[in-house]
Design a protein around this ligand. Structure first.
Ligand SMILES: Nc1nc2c(c(=O)[nH]1)N[C@H]1C(S)=C(S)[C@@H](COP(=O)(O)O)O[C@H]1N2
Ligand SMILES: [Mo]
Length: 378
């Protein structure tokens, strides 16, 4: 008598449901998500390295909030999508011998580059959102250059596979078997639903960090945008930045260097003419929160120091080190910026940059320097 085999631990997946019609469709969504992620990423990179030829506009004020929200959400959605895509071609990845012709060998090599670069890009991007950098290399450089490697290998991949992609997209999904009756196990629809639910959870779980009314469902948001003093999140506290004493020092002076340099005490600073603006803080990590900021216009201070609307301003804080301890601003952003003393009608809390912080429209959060003590106008 033949002993009965125990049922398999994993559901058996029929080879027939790994169909090019499925791969092509998942690939199309992945391609759209990656392209959006790529261009919003390039824009974000430009925010940090703008040129005088094309200065960053100040309108719409929520521009960076939108583009960086899209960047982080599309990037996260790529994670479940790439897993389904890999599932749909999985046996092919391990087919043996690795190649029959030189050309085929090169093509498989390019796929290896594409997959590994994408997985590194997505996981490190995700860990960066968590504020965790467990590697020795410079995140931004690697994240930036890998994106080009990926976009290049995607274009190559699409060009090589174009006939199969066309055939796959032309095949109606209803023609693809749901399940191999001889094998049983998980159905094609089952895999797609699981993937769709995964992508949906990721989107809903993060979109609330940009679209604040959806914040309660955003269980995956690392920083809840409204969870902080005066309903605005904190990226780095005064304690973490090591400025608790410096920012509250009795001898604090605000210095403006330029053709006509001047210096103000805290009392003089607080007596300046002010303006109020509703502007978001939009962090590179994807969260953003709206605030009502009040303070003197940067341009007024620049003019008083002998500069004008075309001046470049280096904004420095009492914090002497750290990646975001200073920033540079010019063009429309500079002309629309405030040096805020108040947030939502209240004197700035220490963690939001007391006594003075830069806030400009359509600007990356990391460049909204807190604890400002000095401007250099050129
Ligand atoms: N001096 C200084 N300013 C800074 C930072 C910093 O590390 N040091 N972090 C920046 C970052 S990354 C963000 S997102 C915003 C967050 O501002 P908030 O903490 O008031 O929300 O502050 C910016 N200003
Ligand atoms: Mo940030």
């Amino acid at each position: 008598m033949i002993p009965e085999k125990p049922p398999p631990f994993w559901p058996k997946i029929s080879e027939r449901v790994r169909h090019e019609a499925v791969t092509a469709r998942v690939g199309r969504i992945l391609g759209i998500a990656f392209t959006l992620c790529f261009f919003t990423g390039l824009y974000s990179h430009y925010q940090y390295h703008p040129t005088t030829v094309v200065p960053i506009p100040s309108l719409p004020s929520w521009g960076y909030r939108l583009t960086q929200g899209i960047h982080v959400i599309t990037g996260m959605v790529c994670i479940p999508l790439i897993l389904i895509k890999l599932w749909s071609v999985y046996p092919k990845l391990f087919s043996w011998p690795p190649f029959k012709t030189m050309l085929q060998g090169l093509e498989r090599l390019s796929i290896l580059v594409l997959i590994s670069a994408s997985l590194v890009e997505l996981t490190t991007g995700f860990l960066n959102i968590l504020g965790w950098y467990p590697w020795p290399w410079a995140f931004i450089k690697v994240h930036y250059w890998l994106a080009f490697v990926i976009i290049g290998s995607i274009m190559l991949h699409v060009a090589v596979k174009l006939p199969i992609i066309k055939r796959g997209l032309a095949t109606p999904l209803s023609d693809v078997p749901e399940q191999d009756p001889e094998v049983g196990g998980i159905t094609r629809r089952g895999v797609l639903v699981a993937g769709g639910v995964g992508a949906g959870i990721v989107t809903l779980g993060t979109v609330g960090q940009v679209v604040t009314p959806l914040q309660p469902v955003s269980v995956l948001s690392v920083r809840q945008p409204k969870n902080g003093p005066l309903g605005v999140a904190i990226n780095i506290t005064a304690k973490q930045a090591g400025v608790v004493k410096l920012a509250q020092a009795a001898d604090y002076r605000f210095e403006v260097m330029g053709p006509k340099p001047f210096m103000l005490t805290l009392t003089e600073l607080e007596a300046l003419e002010t303006e109020e603006k509703a502007l978001p803080i939009a962090c590179v990590e994807g969260w953003s929160a709206m605030g009502h900021w009040t303070g003197p216009r940067l341009l007024d201070l620049v003019k008083r120091a002998g500069g004008n609307g075309d001046s470049h301003v280096h904004v420095l804080s009492v914090q002497k080190a750290g990646p975001d301890h200073d920033s540079k601003i010019f063009g429309p952003q500079m002309r629309a910026a405030l040096l805020a003393t108040h947030l939502n009608g209240v004197r700035l809390p220490l963690d939001h940059g007391y006594p003075l912080r830069l806030i400009a429209p359509n600007r990356s959060g990391a460049l909204q320097t807190k604890w400002v003590s000095r401007l250099e106008v050129t």
